[in-house]
Design a protein around this ligand. Structure first.
Ligand code: R1P
Ligand code: GUN
Length: 317
C-alpha cells in the first residue's frame, strides 16, 4: 500500500480513510484483490459475498453521497467463492459528475481501492444500446471507449498535477480494457451455460448526462462507432488505468437509444388532416430511469453469477 495523499486536496484524504477502514475491518478483508463498481440497479452484485462488512460512505472521508435512485452509499467488503475465498471490495453506489461531484471525487473510490491492494477492477454499468443488434438484457464486455467530455477538454480525472511519481503524465489508453479479464468473462459465461447472445463485445460512449440522447446525438454516437452509451464508467476506467489496475467493464443494455429512421413530419400530418385524410401516428418510445432500474434488477442475478465466476477464475498469485 502506498500513500500518495495530498493534504491540500480535500478529495484525496487517503491516509485517514485507510486508517478508518483498518479499524473497522478484520485483517483478512482489509486487502481486497478485486474491486467491483455497481451501476444503476446493480447493487445486488454484493449479495454473493460471504462475511460481509458494509461501511457507509458517511464514515469515510473523501466520499460524497450517491444521490441517484438504484445506488446505495456504502462500500461492502467480503469474500467470493469457496474455502478461504477471494477478498473483494464492492462500491455499492457510484458517483457521477452530473450529480455535482467533482471529477476527482468520482474516481476517489477507485484510487482508494488501488491503495487497499486491488489489482483487478470489474465495473458494471447500465447503458443504452446504440447498436441495433444489442437486445435489452445483453451484457456487453467493453473493449474501447469514446470519452466525449474529455475530447472537448472537460471532466478528465487526470487533469492537474500528478498525484504520484508512479504515474505518467500521458497515459496510454489503447490497452485500457484487459484482454485477460475479457477472456475470463467469456470463459465464465461458457461455464455458466449462458447462451451465445448473452454476452457481446462493444465500445462505450461516455456522455456527461443527465439528459438522455436526442435522436441526432444517438445517431452521431453510433456513426462514431459506439455500441452503447452511458453517463459513467470511463472516468473510473481512466483512474484505474493510471493506478495500474486491470479493468473489465460489463455494460448491461437496459434500453435502446431511440434513433428513428426518419423524423415524423408534422408538415405532412397537418397537410393530411387539412385534406381530410386520417393519420395514425404511433407514440414514439421515451427512455426513463425506472426502465433502466427494472432491467438492472431483472438481470442482477445473472450479473452476480457472472461476476462471481470471473472472480473465482482470476489466477491467484
Ligand atoms: O452508469 P450507471 O451508473 O450504471 O447508470 C446509468 O443509468 C443512469 C441513467 O438511467 C445514468 O447514471 C447512467 O450512467
Ligand atoms: N446516456 C445514457 N445513459 C444511459 N444509461 C442507461 N441507459 C442510458 C441511455 O440510454 N443513455
Amino acid at each position: 500500500m502506498s500513500s500518495t495523499s495530498d493534504p491540500s486536496d480535500p478529495t484525496e484524504p487517503f491516509a485517514s480513510t485507510l486508517d478508518v477502514l483498518a479499524r473497522i475491518l478484520p485483517p483478512h478483508l482489509l486487502n481486497p484483490r478485486v474491486g467491483i463498481v455497481c451501476g444503476s440497479g446493480l447493487s445486488t452484485l454484493a449479495a454473493s459475498l460471504r462475511e460481509v462488512v458494509e461501511v457507509p460512505y458517511s464514515a469515510l472521508e473523501g466520499f460524497g453521497k450517491s444521490t441517484v435512485a438504484g445506488h446505495k452509499s456504502a462500500l461492502a467488503f467480503g469474500l467470493v467463492g469457496e474455502g478461504a475465498g477471494v477478498p473483494v471490495v464492492v462500491q455499492l453506489g457510484r458517483f457521477h459528475a452530473y450529480e455535482g461531484h467533482p471529477i476527482k471525487a468520482v474516481v476517489y473510490p477507485i484510487r482508494l481501492m488501488a491503495k487497499l491492494g486491488v489489482q483487478n477492477l470489474i465495473i458494471a454499468s447500465a447503458t443504452g444500446a446504440l447498436n441495433p443488434d444489442l437486445a435489452v438484457g445483453t451484457i456487453v464486455t467493453i473493449h474501447d471507449h469514446l470519452a466525449i467530455p474529455n475530447m472537448t477538454g472537460w471532466l478528465n480525472p487526470l487533469f492537474g498535477p500528478l498525484t504520484s511519481s508512479d504515474h505518467t503524465r500521458f497515459l496510454p489508453l489503447s490497452d485500457a480494457y484487459s484482454v485477460k479479464l475479457r477472456r475470463l468473462a467469456f470463459h465464465a459465461a461458457h461455464a455458466l451455460g449462458l447462451p451465445d447472445d448473452a454476452l457481446a463485445e462493444g465500445t462505450y460512449a461516455w456522455v456527461s448526462g443527465p439528459t438522455y440522447e436526442t435522436p441526432a446525438e444517438g445517431r452521431f454516437l453510433r456513426a462514431a462507432g459506439a455500441d452503447v452509451v452511458g453517463m459513467s464508467t470511463v472516468p473510473e476506467v481512466v483512474a484505474a488505468r493510471e493506478e495500474g489496475l486491470e479493468v473489465l467493464v460489463l455494460a448491461l443494455v437496459t434500453n435502446a437509444v431511440v434513433i428513428p429512421e426518419r423524423y415524423r413530419s408534422i408538415k405532412e400530418e397537418v397537410k393530411a388532416e387539412l385534406e381530410g385524410r386520417k393519420v395514425e401516428t404511433p407514440p414514439e418510445p421515451v427512455v426513463n430511469h425506472e426502465e433502466v432500474l427494472t432491467v438492472g434488477r431483472l438481470k442482477a442475478e445473472l450479473m452476480k453469477s457472472l461476476v462471481a465466476r470471473i472472480i473465482e477464475m482470476i489466477p491467484r498469485d
